[in-house]
Design a protein around this ligand. Structure first.
Ligand SMILES: OC[C@H]1O[C@@H](O[C@H]2[C@H](O)[C@@H](O)[C@H](O[C@H]3[C@H](O)[C@@H](O)[C@H](O)O[C@@H]3CO)O[C@@H]2CO)[C@H](O)[C@@H](O)[C@@H]1O
Length: 734
């Protein structure tokens, strides 16, 4: 019954215009499904001893089971040794699994169908190898700091875009019977000092930016949430009553369980009494410090942790297991099983449709059967030591497909740019001059005389337990690695048709590169994982028109972002609501390439803005359902616009809807993304873009009322091709 409901939800989500209806159905079926799971969990719980309950909530210890996290089996109720495994882009340490594209590439497609499919396939692979809990997707780091080492694991610094991607991914994963885990909760925005820093944020910013996508996750019935390493307002996230019990469980109505990030727990009683439900991995990395297990037993026996709290922890975990029907016919854990199926098709599609064309002077792209091409840079070829030579992808050698850390997988294969270009060149009769080094000496010889020179540059980052070329997680600057600016300069001096291809975990400052007259095109290829070269060739040769849009701003200077890595023991989040484009808009700073920007090989026109609204001012009132008050999820306004392909080739456009709150709201970002859709259009074809706005999309967080409020007054509406290319505007009164 429950799985059937999920199948209906999966299908309905594909019609993005149906958002409101989807949300309403989801909320009611979600609550009913949780009720059923809780009733099964209660009945199982009644058969368990206190020791059994402690076992359910305590990991067996680092490296003591098949997965990165494991809890003991409870045979009396048929409960298995639970396997928790990274991560957000596939099965870490898998034997024959797909290396899906990172979250940031998925966001860069702005394509909910592809994002959904990615989630469905992630779930299929997790189930195939017997993983019960897949440790992803990621909404924290949100990405306020452009240098943030782990930003690429998530979906970028806009809470609306990240929220939609969280929802689609979670529903996709869980449609295959696998528990998803929304992480890292919350305000874990940097790797530097991540295990000591205190993130101090104001209440409104917490709600409107950082909690916002976690509300989407809860609304999509995510089974688990991972609390993060940092402190929040002075208290460890995993021991923080306000965020775990207050925000997550009470305000958002989260019915699943909170697990610790690996070793993010600090005390036995503090964690238990503040809402953490499962400790991972159960010991430190040396197998020593154990904070629950026997310690929790003692704490319950002497009343420091109540029996009711232990019951609640165990019940929440069991409910997640029942919610996904994992009590029946779930495969045994075998991380080495081959579960790839045809999933590489999603990798190629996301890698390709996430490519953002930033510059294309003289329409140098798409390539037209060049006689001779120069291919330059160490990242044009696969790592000479092997595609998986570095543990957890902890090096930046050869072509880049993902960042480094626990959120990675082994590549089952890797198609580097040169591999795919060579194959295409053979069929076209093109000669390729390859220079697979980043040295500027000798590069002129390779570049000169070619019809075009493709030069590859990168920037990498990752999780702080690995240091790569002196970078411990967060990037120290936003420059390309390996002397990329000088390499491009040298190539562009030798060839006036230089095409720069960037693979990067986040924004790079491109000013030096753009100042070279020989640079005719910049292709922002992001993080394409195993299909790196194939996706690139699809776009370079015009098999598809590029359709990715930037999921973050590319600035002219690093200081323009106004959100540096915090160096002390505290990050006070002084930028508040104003991160990424919200900051650039407020301060009147011109970005180099704005949030939402991306060129195509065709052109689109926008017309016929129609606005209908039934919204009324005032606070949210509904009962609490998963995700918060029920009325927040109801559609209260619908906006449509007509988009036409006026060029000569098929392409896809992403019309974006931005809202400006009325002046009665307290100081707010000049505009905020509140809708998008991706329309594939043949030449001459037109389609309607439909944006359904929910009450939450029109609300701000009122700190006095402690509630979401729709302000009275005139709402500004802008629809356009990016956050700075707004083609249609209107307003409606509330
Ligand atoms: O994997 C589960 C979650 O763990 C966190 O990352 C940890 C990662 O999984 C783990 O491999 C790494 O271990 C190293 C450890 O930190 C270091 O002290 C020791 O010397 O070497 C270990 C590696 O061999 O620790 C990571 C945490 O520091 C992630 O934050 C979380 O997202 C994962 O889901």
């Amino acid at each position: 019954m429950y799985l059937q409901t999920f199948a209906v939800l999966a299908a309905s989500s594909l019609a993005w215009a149906e958002t409101g209806e989807k949300q309403a159905r989801q909320a009611s079926s979600g609550s009913a499904a949780w009720d059923a799971a809780y009733s099964q969990a209660s009945s199982a719980l009644s058969k368990l001893s206190q020791q059994d309950k402690v076992n359910i909530v305590t990991g067996v210890g680092w490296n003591k089971g098949p997965c990165v996290g494991n809890t003991p089996a409870i045979r009396s109720i048929g409960y298995p040794q639970l396997c928790l495994q990274d991560g957000p882009l596939g099965i870490r340490f898998g034997g024959s699994v797909t290396a899906f594209t990172p979250g940031i590439q998925a966001a860069s497609t702005w394509d909910v169908e592809l994002i959904r499919q990615r989630g469905v396939y992630l779930g299929a692979e997790a189930k195939g190898v017997g993983v019960h809990v897949l440790l992803g997707p990621v909404a924290g780091a949100l990405g306020k700091i452009p240098n943030g080492g782990r930003n690429w694991e998530g979906f970028g610094p806009d809470p609306y875009l990240t929220g939609i991607a969280m929802s689609e991914t979670i529903e996709g994963i869980q449609s295959n019977g696998v528990q998803a885990c929304a992480k890292h909760f919350i305000l874990n925005e940097q790797e530097t000092n991540r295990e000591t820093i205190s993130s101090v944020v104001d209440d409104r910013t917490m709600h409107e930016l950082y909690l916002f996508p976690f509300a989407d996750a809860v609304h999509s019935n995510v089974a688990s949430v991972m609390c993060s390493y940092n402190k929040v307002n002075g208290t460890w996230a995993c021991e923080n009553d306000k965020i775990q019990n207050g925000l997550l469980k009470k305000e958002l109505g989260f019915k699943g369980y909170v697990m610790s990030d690996w070793n993010a727990q600090h005390t036995t009683n503090g964690a238990a009494n503040s809402g953490m439900d499962m400790t991972m991995p159960g010991s430190d990395y040396n197998g020593k410090t154990i904070l629950w297990g026997p310690q929790l037993n003692t704490a319950v026996n002497n009343g420091q942790v109540s029996k009711a709290r232990l019951d609640d922890m165990a019940k929440r975990i069991l409910a997640g297991w029942y919610l996904l029907k994992q009590n029946s016919g779930y495969p045994a854990t075998n991380l080495k099983a081959n579960v790839q199926g045809n999933h590489k098709e999603n990798v190629r599609a996301v890698a390709r449709d996430g490519i953002v064309l930033l510059k294309n002077d003289d329409s140098i792209l798409p390539l037209k059967k060049p006689s001779k091409l120069a291919v330059i840079g160490s990242s044009s070829v696969v790592n000479p030591a092997g595609r998986n030579a570095c543990t957890d992808r902890g090096c930046n050698t050869g072509a880049l497909g993902m960042g480094w850390g626990s959120g990675t997988t082994e590549y089952p294969y890797f198609v580097a740019p040169y591999d795919a270009l060579k194959a295409r060149a053979q069929s076209d009769g093109t000669i390729i001059n390859l220079s697979s080094s980043d040295s500027t000496s000798g590069v002129a010889a390779a570049a000169s005389g070619a019809d075009a020179a493709l030069v590859f540059i990168t920037a990498d980052s990752g999780e702080g337990y690995i240091t790569v070329e002196g970078v411990t997680g967060d990037r120290p600057n936003l420059d390309p690695w390996h002397n990329g600016n000088a390499l491009v300069q040298a190539v562009a001096q030798a060839n006036k048709n230089t095409i720069v291809v960037v693979h990067s975990t986040g924004p790079i400052i491109l000013e030096t590169i753009l100042a070279q007259p020989g640079v005719k095109a910049v292709v922002w290829a992001g993080l394409p994982s195993q299909e790196n070269g194939n996706a690139l060739v699809d776009v370079l040769y015009g098999l598809v028109s590029p359709s990715g849009k930037l999921p973050y701003t590319i600035a002219k200077s690093e200081s323009d972002y106004g959100a540096p890595v915090a160096r002390g023991g505290t990050d006070t989040f002084p930028e508040g609501l104003f991160i990424d484009y919200r900051h650039f808009d407020k301060q009147g700073i011109s970005p180099r390439y704005e949030f939402g920007f991306g060129l195509s090989y065709t052109n689109f026109t926008y017309s016929s803005l129609i606005i209908t609204s039934t919204a009324s001012p005032g606070p949210a009132k509904g009962e609490t359902i998963p995700g918060g008050r029920s009325d927040l999820w109801e559609t209260v306004a619908t906006i449509t616009a007509t988009i036409k392909n006026t060029g000569g080739v098929t392409g896809a456009e992403v019309p974006q809807l931005y809202i400006t709150l009325p002046s009665s709201a307290p100081s707010s970002p000049p505009k905020q993304l509140r809708g998008f859709t991706k329309l594939k259009l043949a030449p001459g074809e037109r389609k309607t873009a439909t944006f359904n706005l929910r009450k939450r999309d029109l609300s701000y967080w009122d700190t006095a009322k402690q509630n979401w409020v729709v302000p009275a007054g005139s709402f500004g509406v802008s629809v356009g091709a990016s956050s700075r290319d707004l083609r249609l505007s209107g307003k409606f009164d509330v």
